[in-house]
Design a protein around this ligand. Sequence first.
Ligand SMILES: Nc1ncnc2c1ncn2[C@@H]1O[C@H](COP(=O)(O)OP(=O)(O)OP(=O)(O)O)[C@@H](O)[C@H]1O
Ligand SMILES: O=P(O)(O)OC[C@H]1O[C@H](OP(=O)(O)OP(=O)(O)O)[C@H](O)[C@@H]1O
Ligand SMILES: [Mg+2]
Length: 280
Amino acid sequence: MLRIAVPNKGTLSTPAAQMLRDAGYRQRSDPKDLLCRDAANGVEFFYLRPRDIATYVASGDLDLGITGRDLLVDSGAAAHELLDLGFGGATFRWAAPADSLASAEELGGRRIATAYPGVVERYLAEHDLKAEVVPLDGAVENAVRLGVADLIADVVETGATLRQAGLVTVGEPILRSSAVLIGRADTAEEKRAQLMRRLQGVMVARSFVMLAYDVPAELLENATALTPGIESPTVSPLHREGWVAVQAMVRRDDVHKIMDELYDLGARAILVTDIANCRL
Ligand SMILES: Nc1ncnc2c1ncn2[C@@H]1O[C@H](COP(=O)(O)OP(=O)(O)OP(=O)(O)O)[C@@H](O)[C@H]1O
Ligand SMILES: O=P(O)(O)OC[C@H]1O[C@H](OP(=O)(O)OP(=O)(O)O)[C@H](O)[C@@H]1O
Ligand SMILES: [Mg+2]
């Protein structure tokens, strides 16, 4: 059985379980369950703190895991990123009271509060800076006003928590994180192949839609230039003389603009449908 770690709580937990469900795997029905066996697919899911997942994967006790890139880096564990899963996006950044720090080059000698000491220590070492790291468990934004630190390094998604705490970001993001599938360098290819193909299928299905339309045959070249599809668009005859039907996958983000352009060109009966899943 393939043994896979999934976040049991926190920001990544629900979207990770949903992605696995969309990929055809059984998931726990009770959020307190710590194990779910999917016998039909030969997989066991272990629900763990996302912060601990890289440790279990690196040790070989679990084959694969879903966690955040920032948590993987912070752990220092010998696990590798196999696939960016396209959810749980956030930046990891320095933040300080306005006007207290002009750039990250001024970090030296300061007190830095963070729940990610591994990421911060690594940055300091790489940039040849010496600073005091104040490790905290959470609510790190409070550390500056409470006087235990001069600045923080923390996850920033919307920036609302920073603003409330009267902090502003300093410099460029330390790293850009998102949920990732992790494994070991020696995880057998055949063990990861099915899961990775299925997860990639879910990601493609989420970012593309299927577009179908009818168009006069003489406009086909112009129309398919707008909708080239992945391999090539499907073109079928229509009962109506001189018209053809076209089907092609298009990026979800572009679909409205493409529909406008197709309509202006002379295409009609333009229909968009969601793709539930796919293998390309
Ligand atoms: N708005 C966000 N807040 C916190 N973590 C986020 C956010 N958006 C994405 N993430 C990612 O989620 C992971 C952190 O998850 P974790 O469960 O450890 O903390 P959490 O979601 O803040 O939950 P909690 O603090 O309730 O334990 C990191 O990879 C982080 O980059
Ligand atoms: O940029 P934002 O959209 O405001 O999100 C980022 C904030 O959300 C998380 O805090 P969480 O609520 O998980 O509390 P914690 O610090 O105790 O983990 C994270 O640690 C930041 O504080
Ligand atoms: Mg948190």
